[in-house]
Design a protein around this ligand. Structure first.
Ligand SMILES: [Zn+2]
Length: 104
């Protein structure tokens, strides 16, 4: 394989002005002929955060709306109470608190 880094740099230098800004993210793709090319794609939306503690939620997809439309519901958030709203720690505490209230 030839020198990747030089190849990418040369390609970047040749790219037009709008591609030099970091508005678009760079995705490296390998073509069928084993060349590495840079694709410019819109950035993904920010990751979902826990409503209580602000931790990044696991198992929640962050894609552009056109991809979210065709994505199954089960891939968008965990299937449990407070899934996609609270993190696992906070939801566990919330469920425990609810059970305690119901007992009394
Ligand atoms: Zn939390």
């Amino acid at each position: 394989m030839h020198d990747f880094k030089a190849c990418i740099e040369r390609r970047n230098n040749m790219s037009s002005g709008k591609l030099k800004s970091r508005t678009l993210r760079r995705v490296k793709k390998v073509t069928p002929g084993h060349n590495v090319v840079t694709h410019y794609k819109p950035r993904k939306p920010s990751k979902a955060k826990c409503a209580k503690c602000g931790a990044v939620l696991q198992g929640v997809a962050n894609e552009r709306p056109y991809k979210m439309q065709n994505m199954p519901k089960t891939k968008k958030r965990p299937e449990r109470p407070f899934g996609g709203v609270l993190c696992s720690r906070c939801s566990r505490a919330a469920i425990k608190a609810e059970a305690k209230n119901n007992k009394e």
